[in-house]
Write a protein that binds this ligand. Structure first.
Ligand code: TRP
Length: 443
């Protein structure tokens, strides 16, 4: 691979990165985590982390990718710092774990899509009962298998690009549907209370809350932007040098964040109106609240099926990006061909996901470890590399494509002195929290 293709258009790169970023993280994970973590305080900390840490780390990944023209496995060797390959290994492990439950949730989405086309959605207690049935048991395992088979099959058949192009209608459609649902939500009786909860942080406790929600908010910022795993390294390895990485970053982060905020504006009015405390919704928040809404809307079953179809496409395009990183790692490390590596990994990831499809405790167990610990660690390693080992080359790289000249220095200073301590503190808090979680769950 001497001469590498670059994205033909700016839009190709942005679409691929947005396709990876926008997924279950925005629409499923963000609202339920916000609900569990107390609402507006979480939102504030999450937004601060997206801007202050997410943007610099996204640029770190872009710079590593464009400079090396390689995926995260080959990148550090290409840059003559092969010992930093450990960052790629951390990322691959994270992806392996994340995909195992991502696929289970993808299976729920397929079941909800089918429900809209067949028996239709029900409101109230019926919505909660339906979620309980969907989320665990043989159905959950079967549709987890379907989702994982689709991810591996589509990647193996090489039709992924075609599918991603078809999915370009996905992001605008998701936005239109979410805006419509948010407007409908604003007319409901629980709306005022919901906005109070979601949008107005209690300033007197904000600082104390900020510390307690830090690990979860950082994990979410990384998860939703597909950071810490090297996904964005790979995409940027195809970007031409004339491109301004900073403005692309702004667009990607802006779209991703807007969709998450919108998802919250949909979920909370419905939860409050249905009398469900936001912290009690858990991983079912989006499913229960939306099924309840679709049950009451005219043509709700059809709108619901369309919504879950869009969410399915969004989940699929994100899942490809995770799968690619894991497959590349295994090919590189164990010297196996692509096809057997893909099939073998799909089977192993499926098996790893089975506990989650039987008991949601495992979702939390996997998710917290992979996101709040491994992704943060991956991001920390890549930031240390760029800030302290590869700084002058990185500065030259970011300056290409007409970034304003002050920006490179500002970014590097942030990556050196601000990002690592924040990630280190976050990581320490996450490890303590994880230890306590394991203690209380299993002992
Ligand atoms: N960002 C995706 C979402 O929000 C999930 C995802 C795709 C991801 N690739 C990733 C998360 C890499 C972490 C790392 O649904």
């Amino acid at each position: 691979m001497d001469v590498r293709e670059t994205w033909a258009t700016r839009i190709g790169f942005i679409l691929a990165a947005v396709g990876s970023a926008v997924g279950l993280g925005n629409i499923w994970r963000f609202p339920f985590l916000t609900g569990e973590s107390g609402g507006a305080a979480f939102l504030v900390v999450y937004l601060a982390l997206v801007v202050l840490v997410g943007i610099p780390v996204l640029l770190v990944e872009f710079v590593i990718g464009r400079r090396s023209n390689r995926n995260p496995i080959g990148a550090f060797t290409e840059l003559n710092h092969s010992q930093w390959k450990i960052a790629g290994a951390v990322g691959a492990l994270a992806g392996f774990i994340i995909l195992s439950y991502y696929s289970v949730v993808g299976g729920w989405v397929i079941q909800y899509l089918l429900a809209g086309l067949t028996e239709g959605y029900v409101a109230g207690e019926g919505a909660e009962a339906f979620f309980a049935e969907t989320a665990s048991g043989t159905g959950a395992i079967a549709f987890h298998a379907v989702f994982m088979a689709l991810v591996a099959g589509i990647v193996a058949l090489g039709v992924r690009n075609g599918l991603e192009k078809a999915a370009t209608v996905m992001v605008p459609s998701v936005v239109v549907l979410l805006v419509g649902l948010a407007l409908y939500g604003s007319t409901l009786s629980g709306a005022a209370e919901a906005y109070q909860y979601y949008l107005y942080p209690d300033t007197s406790t904000l600082l104390a809350d900020a510390v307690s929600v830090l690990p979860a908010a950082a994990g979410q910022a990384f998860f939703t932007l597909s950071l810490g795993m090297g996904v964005m390294v790979t995409y940027a390895s195809y970007v031409g040098e004339d491109r301004n990485l900073l403005s692309d970053t702004g667009l990607i982060v802006g779209i991703d964040t807007a969709i998450a905020i919108l998802a919250g504006l949909v979920v909370f009015p419905f939860l409050f109106t249905q009398g469900i405390a936001p912290g009690d919704g858990g991983p079912g928040s989006i499913f229960v609240s939306l099924a309840g809404a679709f049950a009451e809307l005219p043509a709700g079953n059809l709108i619901g099926a369309v919504f879950f179809f869009m969410l399915f496409l969004a989940a699929l395009s994100s899942a490809f990006s995770i799968f690619e990183v894991v497959v590349s790692f295994v090919i590189d490390r164990f010297d196996i061909e692509r096809a057997p590596a893909s099939v073998g990994l799909a089977v192993v990831i499926f098996v790893l996901g089975i506990p989650t499809a039987l008991d949601l405790t495992y979702l939390e167990l996997y998710d917290q470890f992979a996101n709040n610990i491994l992704l943060i660690l991956g991001g920390l390693l890549m930031s240390l590399f760029i800030g302290w080992v590869y700084a002058s080359d990185a500065r030259e790289e970011i300056q290409k494509g007409r970034s304003a000249s002050w920006f490179g220095g500002f970014w590097l200073t942030t990556v050196r002195y601000f990002v690592p301590p924040v990630l280190l503190i976050t990581l320490a808090l996450a490890v303590i929290e994880y230890y306590e979680f394991i203690q209380s769950t299993f002992f």
